[in-house]
Write a protein that binds this ligand. Sequence first.
Ligand SMILES: [Zn+2]
Length: 78
Amino acid sequence: MATPTASAHRPRTCRGCGRKFEYPVKGSPASRHHCEDCVGVPPETRKVLERLNQRVTQLERQLESQRRQQAPPTTPAA
Ligand SMILES: [Zn+2]
């Protein structure tokens, strides 16, 4: 199982908005943990963004695990 993605340009997930972005990109102000949109947000506002994003991520995980429990992935019809 070979992974086709290059190790140098691994997509990163923004801590502020959860968006996938490339880092580093020439000419882009994006930092290691924040995409180019969130890197310009004032620190105190970004803190709130990160908190909300954490909750969304947590809720997504909960939803996914509930969905898995309700519908098992392999159910042979016959
Ligand atoms: Zn972002």
